[in-house]
Write a new protein. Structure first.
Length: 106
């Protein structure tokens, strides 16, 4: 099922939840003027994010906080891990989310 529409109809949180719940694979492209964000999914999981604009409010961690998917405290801790390890935000999130666990499930 291909989706196309306006973000006035659905919030980004609702779209991400739909993709995750339905285990979709593909690319969600969000455009605003010359700004472009592409979020890549495999089986409902975000595997890569590309943006041609890097304003603070447009970073994936800030989007997750604004959408109440994670707390500001969680974001701050993940950013500290990212700074220490020089990993991508996604790998840093996995390190934070899976720390202290023998296995880490999706």
């Amino acid at each position: 099922m291909a989706l196309q529409g306006n973000l006035r109809d659905f919030s980004i949180t609702e779209i991400l939840q739909l993709i995750g719940q339905q285990l979709k694979t593909g690319v969600l492209k969000i455009r605003r003027g010359k700004k472009l964000v592409e979020i890549y999914f495999v089986d409902g999981m975000i595997v890569h994010v590309y943006s041609n604009y890097r304003g603070k409010k447009d970073l994936i961690g800030e989007i997750f906080v604004k959408g109440q998917l994670i707390s500001q405290d969680q974001l701050d801790r993940v950013l500290r891990i990212q700074k220490q390890t020089l990993n991508t935000w996604g790998k840093s999130w996995l390190n934070f989310n899976c720390s202290g666990k023998k296995t880490c499930s999706r």
